[in-house]
Each structure stands twice: as structure tokens, then as C-alpha cells.
Design a protein. Structure first.
Length: 64
């Protein structure tokens, strides 16, 4: 169902945003090792979010 796909994509986008924010906070405090770790998590979430967004878009197109 397209709604489920969009919901999943949104959850991954939110996780990516949280990880990006946490990474920025760590870098701001000078804890660059932890910042890089969070940046890697953010990248992984962003990549997954993109994949889910494409799937959701495809499902939306087939339901027209």
C-alpha cells in the first residue's frame, strides 16, 4: 500500500534528521569521533530513506 511506503520513508527521513542533528552537536563540542559515527548513521538513514521514497513514489504512480 502506498500509504505504508510513504510512512516508512518518512520514518527513515526523521531518523536521518535526528542523526544529522546529533552529529552536529558532537562536532560542535569537539567530539569529532562521535560526530563521524553519527554522520555515518545519518548517511545510512538518508540512503534508506531515499530508497523508500522511490518505492513510495512508484506505488503512488501505479495507484492513479
Amino acid at each position: 500500500m502506498a500509504k505504508d511506503a510513504h510512512t516508512s520513508a518518512a520514518q527513515h527521513h526523521e531518523s536521518a534528521a535526528k542523526s544529522h542533528k546529533t552529529a552536529a552537536e558532537h562536532h560542535g563540542k569537539g567530539d569529532h569521533a562521535k560526530g563521524r559515527e553519527e554522520s555515518a548513521k545519518a548517511y545510512a538513514h538518508s540512503k534508506t530513506a531515499h530508497e523508500h521514497s522511490e518505492m513510495a513514489h512508484g506505488k503512488s504512480q501505479t495507484q492513479k
